[in-house]
Write a protein that binds this ligand. Sequence first.
Ligand SMILES: Cc1ncc(COP(=O)(O)O)c(C=O)c1O
Length: 400
Amino acid sequence: VIDWTARLARRARTTPDLIGGILALAGARDLINFSGGFPDPSLFATDVLGDLARKLIENDAAVALQYSSSEGIASTRAALADRLAATDGRRPADAELMVTSGGIDAITLIAKTMLDAGDVVVVEEPSYLGAVSGFMAFDPTLRGVPLDADGLDVEALAALLRTLPSPPKLVYTIPDFQNPSGHTLSVERRSALVDLCRRQGILIVEDVAYSQLGFDDAARPSLWSLGPDVVVQIGTFSKVFFPGVRLGWAVGPAAVVRQLSIAKQNSDQCAGALGQRMLEEYLRAGHLEQHLPVARALYRDRAAALTGALERHFDGLATWTVPRGGFFSWLRVPGVDTMALAEVARANKVAFVPGAGFFAEASDTEHLRLSYSRISESDIKEGVARLAAAVRSMRERQAS
Ligand SMILES: Cc1ncc(COP(=O)(O)O)c(C=O)c1O
């Protein structure tokens, strides 16, 4: 037998399988699964989508079933530009916007385009593990900056920058309802971050994966709207449209976006045209606008069910963040190794993601992420009770 493992690239041998475990659990039926950041399938607009797909295949096959250009179909980009004008208050120029195959594709294109081995990338501690592993594939030096309830600590970032011999290439941030912490960057810190990075010539990668899923009406200017000259905003339609289509966008300085399109030529070349045309028609007909309040209300109710259950079962056992949008709450369970807890929890038929993988630099074993987006309120309550039982049994084991 040939030992293929020995033939793997060094990069592949050192890349941990962080997301595989989450996706492998996706279809599990026998447990209450707080692990993935999945949208709730009851929100998929199947009637509208079936109708749109049929009409496009009947009437627009030459475009919808064909390859598209790497930057995306022009009419789809125009619809996206209109949407950005509505959500961010700024309409990008044609050369500032491209369609990507989801958020992770946008992150990989940026890493491929911007990073030489050893370049410094700053990420929040903790941060989205898909992005961290996307950057890692290009051998950068990752540096972490802490977060608090007001998001990325911009003063801590400024202090880190003072210790570096040259500015980092990228600062990656998720300003709204962050994955995994649930925190949101304050308005004051948004301007401070853009000013700091502009002064030092650092490209900010703003990931707005959950920005449309806030539970209140507070206005939060996007970093890109504050600094279109120093920010590449990446977005995904996975959370608000459907992830089966793998669609997102990157919008930023034309010189960067042009290179991202070129980088796409040797990955998947272009995002799928059928999905792009479906999304475009969906946006133009106003379906997303109608749908978002329904989605926000569903996730808001689930977040409330989660925090209610945590108050009931975890008082004195853990602390947690109260979500104001998005899919996640982030727990700290003092004195408990959450990697080991995951095993005990699986036996209790409940799953979550241990926190360790979300840290780029710091080592942390006490955190875990709960996603409530795809679980009914009654299962949320039952799942939190099972998790609390798992924590108690671990504590008892440690004490004895
Ligand atoms: C913060 C963040 N960015 C990007 C993504 C990836 O999006 P996509 O599924 O479109 O690749 C996710 C998905 O979990 C996410 O949480």
